[in-house]
Design a protein around this ligand. Structure first.
Ligand code: COA
Length: 195
């Protein structure tokens, strides 16, 4: 399968939201995985702008007809702002420079989604590989993702992550009662190959 990987732009937000909403958890037997918190197009446009402004990952894959095939986004979690203030900062630009260039502590993968008619063809692997490679190139050792454990276990996503060497670190619970597994992998791990 030929797909083109690119950094997401704001104009991709409508297609991203349409794919995300189509994968929203509605049926507990969704064997190909699901998204629990799909966003609106406005929210994705905001996340894309934010990620692009600080260099956080947001990739889209488009097929030969230029239809959205999948996407992945995450964030590089950096030290808090006060850590920079102990350095030489004279302007807002100085602060932003330090923020953008500070090595992240870890990368947190937020959402990944692949169009169901293209599932199991290595596209998810291609997207995750890209985010892991970026992390490694930025000097970030640790990558975390969270996967829904309850009210429904996202087995497709767990299998997918485990293939990449992610291991369950702990389980956390959100205010809405949902439970999430926090999985960790090294960005230097040998990764699954895209097909
Ligand atoms: C999870 C998801 C991104 C995987 O994308 P994909 O393109 O199908 O993944 P790949 O083809 O690269 O699969 C790599 C491996 O992941 C595992 N895997 C992927 N989908 C699976 C499924 N439905 N059931 C079990 N294992 C699965 C398999 O080990 C697979 O290798 P194999 O096909 O050689 O057996 C995709 O199913 C998806 O978008 N699901 C809906 C959204 C979602 O669940 N996102 C994660 C939220 S945390």
């Amino acid at each position: 399968m030929r797909v083109k990987l690119a950094h997401a732009e704001r104009k991709d937000a409508v297609d991203i939201a349409a794919l995300a909403q189509s994968l929203k958890l509605t049926d507990k037997s969704q064997k190909a995985g699901f998204l629990y918190y799909p966003h609106t197009a406005e929210d994705y446009a905001f996340i894309i702008s934010l990620n692009n402004s600080v260099g956080d990952p947001f990739y889209v894959a488009r097929d030969e007809s230029n239809r959205l095939a999948g996407f992945i986004h995450g964030m590089e979690v950096r030290p808090r702002v006060p850590a920079y203030l102990s350095q030489h900062v004279e302007s807002h630009e100085d602060l932003m420079y330090l923020y953008r260039n500070a090595p992240a502590n870890f990368v947190f993968g937020e959402q990944i989604a692949v169009r169901p008619d293209l599932a199991r063809r290595g596209l998810g692997s291609l997207l995750l590989n890209q985010m892991m490679r970026d992390a490694e190139l930025s000097g970030v050792d640790d990558v975390y993702v969270s996967v829904l454990h309850s009210p429904v276990l996202n087995i497709a996503s767990i299998n997918f992550c485990e293939k990449f060497g992610f291991k369950l670190e702990r389980e956390v619970r959100n205010n809405d009662g949902s439970a999430w597994g926090i999985y960790h992998a090294s960005s230097h791990a040998e990764l699954g190959e895209g097909k």
